[in-house]
Design a protein around this ligand. Sequence first.
Ligand code: MG
Length: 289
Amino acid sequence: MRIATYIAEGTRRVGLVSDDGLTIQPLELTPQQAAVGALSIIESMAEGAAAPIATGAAVKVADVALDAPLPKPRRNLWCVGRNYHAHAKELSASVFKDSGAKTDEWPIVFTKVPECVVGPHDDVLVPSEISTQIDYEAELAVVIGKGGKNITRAAAMEHVFGYTVVNDVTARDVQIRHSQWDMGKSFDTFCPMGPWIVTADEFDGTKTRVRCWVNGELRQDGPTENMIFDVPTLIETISRGITLYPGDVIATGTPAGVGMGMSPPRYLKAGDVVRVEIDRLGAIENKFV
Ligand code: MG
């Protein structure tokens, strides 16, 4: 099942996307349910409801504006830093220089505020008066279904509702100058998400490929099998003493090839277009303005 949130005739709706990705069939939801996108479906299924059945007339994806599947996440998005070996190496002299953590034993975890989420084709605002080092991070995001606390690694996959694509946009100078990463990761529009959520019964996020292009040039290309901390380990770690809820999002880290890792670094500027694609899941593409 692929669940999309979209705007049609000025109204936010939620629907099921066809297997070919070309059409969406709307679900019958109240305006309050539709306002939070796929969240109401995730919550009801976590409580045991059956998968929703779309009954409305199908519309073409090309005729609507796709929104983030979770346009108003219930709280901050969990994010993981340094989760691919090659990426950790490329930023070992900068972002990960003084992390102070035993990062081989425990993942780096930070958050992005929920208000920075935008749709899969929305513009990203470059805060040029604040940062001159805007960077992209192509990532697989896990969407939690059934909540829980102290979830074991063995049970973790039972808590995965599905997966979506995010770009963990980052202001590197702001990220580095504060000891905490949240500020440099949370500027308005800094989390493009979409194009939909694919449920875990149809898609294996632990065996796919994450790629990123800037203005058509391939910059990142990494298999999710290369994560340092895999999806079950991340869920086990983040849920230690902290209850996870249906609809929580965990951005799982980015492969090598970010702008800061190049010599010299290549940061984003207004006019650039960044595309993030995950095999068998979908793609998001955002212009930086
Ligand atoms: Mg990231």
